[in-house]
Design a protein around this ligand. Structure first.
Ligand code: NAD
Length: 524
C-alpha cells in the first residue's frame, strides 16, 4: 500500500467511526434554564406533518423481513420468525458474513427457502433498498441501531429496533420525524413488556386491581462480567483497546444507557402519552469502580475518565403526580433484577426476587377472587392459592393466545416470542403496533436527560413531550385486536403463505442448489 492509499484508508476509517459512533449527549441538543430546571428544546413539527399515534399500515398476508445484526441476540429472532406463520425471511445481514450465513440453519431446519446474505459495514444499505422487504429488524451493536433504522425508514421499510433503539435525543427526534413523515412503524423491541408476570400485572392494573397506580419501579440489574468479552469488537479502528462495543459505550457515556427493560412495562401500566406524561426527571449515579477497574486490567493503562457510574438511579414525576424510579447496574455482583414494582392506592405488585401481590381482603374480593383465609391483609403477600386464583382470573389475552407456543419456541422464557408474534399479528391485521415511536423516545431518552441532570449537579430536567401536544389524546394504553372474522382470515392467509414457501423450497430443491452453489464458490 503506498502512502496515498494508506492516508485514504485512514481518512475513510475515521469517517466510518465518526458517522456511526453514538454518544448519550447528542451534539445538537440545546437547552435553557427555567427557574432552576434544565429545559431541552423541542423541535417544531414541520407544517403538514401529523403525529403517528394509532398509526396503521395496510394489512399484509406475508410479512417479508430482513434481519440486520446477527451476533448473540439476532439469531434467536431469526429462529423465532420461522415459527410465525405468514412471515418470509428474505435477507440476513451482519458485518461478519459467517454470522449471517450461520443463521441459514434455522430456515433449513424449518424447510423454508434460503435467504440472501449481506455483510460488511454497509451491507444493510443494499438490504434496505430491496423492494421485496416490508420490515427491517435491527439487532446490531448500539452504534449501528440508528444508521440502520434511518436507512430502513428512508427506503420505505417498517423498522423494529433492539434496545436501546436510540442512544440520544437527536436520534429520538430523528426517528420520530422519519416515522411521522413516512407513516411507517418504528418500534422498540422491548421484550420485557411481554414477560408473563408483567402482562398479567398490566391486565390487573388496567382493571383497577391495584386502585390508582401511583408509583412504579423498574431496573436493569445484571452483572455482565460473563459477557463483556463476547461483545463484537469493531475492527474499524474506533476500539483500539478491543474492549467490545458495550464496555466502550459504558466507558464513554454517563446516564442510564439501558433503561428500557425496567421502564417499558412500568410506562405501559402508567399510560404514558395515553393520558399522562413524564414531566420532570432527576438522576444520580455512584462513582465508577468496577468498569474503571475492568478497563485498567484489560488495557494495562490508567483509566481516569470512565463515565458510567456502577449504579445509576433516575427518578421521574408525571403530569398526574405519579413517580417512577429506574435503576441501572451492570457492574456489581447482585442477582438479576428488573424490580418491576407497582404501588397503587389499593394494592401492590412486585416481581423480584419472587413474584408476589399484596391486596387486602376487600380489594381481593372486589377483584373477583374470594379469599380462602380470614386474616388477609396487605401487610403480607397473598398466599399461594389466592395469588394463583388472581393470576388465573387476570391472565392476559396475549398469554391466552400465544402462551403454549411461546413455551415451545422460547426466547427469555417465551416473552421474546410474544413480542415477535404480536409485531407480526399487528402488521398482518393492519393494526397499530403495541409500542410506537413515542414509547421508543420516552424510554430511550433517559441516557441523555440523566446525563444532563448529573453533569449539572443532579438538577431537575424537564422531560420533553415527544408527541408534541398529543399525550392526552388517547386515554389508556391498549393492545389492538382484530375482530374474530378478520383475525381468522389473516391467520388462514398466513398459514397458506408459509406452506407455499415450504412447497416451493421442496419442489425446486432450493437447499440442494444452495449447497452446490456454495461448494462451487468455495472451490474458486
Ligand atoms: N432485548 C433483550 O433482551 C436483549 C438481549 C441481548 C441483547 N440485546 C440487544 O441486542 C443488540 C445486539 O446485542 P448482542 O448481544 O447480540 O451483541 P453482539 O456484539 O453479539 O452482536 C452485534 C452484532 O452486530 C453486528 N454488526 C455490527 N455492525 C454491523 C453493520 N454495520 N451491519 C450489520 N451488522 C453489524 C456485529 O457483527 C455483531 O454480530 C444490542 O442492542 C443489545 O442491547 C437485547
Amino acid at each position: 500500500m503506498n502512502i496515498k492509499h494508506l492516508l485514504l484508508a485512514l481518512v475513510s476509517a475515521a469517517f466510518i467511526s465518526a458517522s456511526t459512533m453514538a454518544q448519550s449527549l447528542s451534539p445538537s441538543t440545546k437547552y435553557h434554564w427555567d427557574k432552576g430546571t434544565l429545559v431541552v428544546d423541542t423541535p417544531t413539527r414541520p407544517a403538514g406533518q401529523q403525529h403517528v399515534l394509532g398509526l396503521t399500515a395496510p394489512k399484509m398476508a406475508t410479512v417479508r423481513v430482513g434481519f440486520v445484526g446477527l451476533g448473540m441476540r439476532g439469531p434467536g429472532a431469526v429462529a423465532r420468525f420461522t415459527h410465525i406463520p405468514g412471515t418470509q425471511i428474505v435477507a440476513l445481514c451482519d458485518y461478519v458474513e459467517a454470522r449471517a450465513e450461520a443463521c441459514q440453519k434455522y430456515l433449513r431446519e424449518a424447510g423454508l427457502p434460503p435467504a440472501d446474505i449481506y455483510s460488511g459495514e454497509k451491507g444493510y444499505e443494499e438490504l434496505c433498498k430491496r423492494p421485496d422487504i416490508d420490515l427491517v429488524y435491527v439487532a446490531t451493536d448500539w452504534d449501528h441501531h440508528f444508521p440502520v433504522a434511518k436507512c430502513a425508514l428512508q427506503n420505505g421499510k417498517h423498522t423494529a429496533i433492539e434496545v436501546p433503539s436510540a442512544m440520544n435525543l437527536e436520534q429520538c427526534w430523528e426517528l420520530i420525524e422519519l416515522s411521522e413523515k413516512t407513516r411507517l412503524h418504528c418500534m422498540i423491541l422491548e421484550n420485557c413488556c411481554y414477560d408473563w408476570y408483567e402482562l398479567n400485572t398490566l391486565n390487573m392494573a388496567q382493571q383497577g386491581v391495584f386502585g390508582e397506580v401511583l408509583r412504579g419501579e423498574g431496573a436493569y440489574i445484571h452483572n455482565l462480567d460473563d459477557f463483556w468479552d463476547y461483545y463484537w469488537k469493531n475492527p474499524d479502528g474506533s476500539d483500539p483497546d478491543k474492549l467490545g462495543w458495550r464496555m466502550k459505550y459504558n466507558m464513554e457515556n454517563r446516564g442510564d444507557v439501558y433503561a428500557t427493560h425496567g421502564l417499558g412495562p412500568v410506562a405501559l401500566a402508567m399510560n404514558i402519552h395515553r393520558g399522562d406524561r413524564f414531566k420532570t426527571l432527576v438522576a444520580m449515579d455512584t462513582k465508577s469502580a468496577h468498569g474503571k477497574e475492568y478497563v485498567e486490567k484489560k488495557t494495562g493503562k490508567p483509566c481516569n475518565n470512565y463515565r458510567n457510574g456502577d449504579q445509576t438511579t433516575t427518578l421521574m414525576r408525571t403530569e398526574e403526580g405519579k413517580v417512577v424510579e429506574i435503576q441501572h447496574n451492570v457492574m456489581n455482583p447482585q442477582p438479576y433484577n428488573r424490580l418491576y414494582k407497582l404501588t397503587g392506592t389499593k394494592g401492590y405488585a412486585t416481581k423480584y426476587p419472587e413474584q408476589h401481590y399484596a391486596l387486602d381482603k376487600s380489594q381481593l374480593t372486589a377483584s373477583g377472587v374470594a379469599p380462602k383465609v380470614d386474616d388477609l391483609s396487605s401487610h403480607g403477600f397473598l398466599p399461594k392459592a389466592e395469588q394463583d386464583a388472581l393470576v388465573a382470573k387476570y391472565q392476559h389475552p396475549i398469554i391466552k393466545k400465544y402462551g403454549e407456543m411461546a413455551q415451545k419456541v422460547g426466547g427469555h422464557g417465551g416473552m421474546d416470542f410474544f413480542m415477535d408474534a404480536r409485531l407480526v399479528y399487528c402488521l398482518q391485521n393492519g393494526l397499530p403496533l403495541d409500542m410506537d415511536v413515542y414509547d421508543l423516545a420516552e424510554w430511550c431518552c433517559l441516557a441523555e436527560l440523566g446525563t444532563l441532570s448529573m453533569d449539572n449537579n443532579c438538577c431537575a430536567v424537564a422531560f420533553p413531550d415527544f408527541t408534541r401536544g398529543y399525550w392526552n389524546t388517547q386515554k389508556g394504553f391498549q393492545f389492538a385486536w382484530a375482530n374474530s372474522a378478520d383475525e381468522a382470515a389473516a391467520e388462514a392467509a398466513a398459514i397458506a403463505s408459509t406452506q407455499a414457501q415450504k412447497d416451493l423450497c421442496a419442489k425446486k430443491k432450493l437447499w440442494e442448489k444452495y449447497d452446490k452453489a456454495k461448494a462451487k464458490k468455495a472451490k474458486k
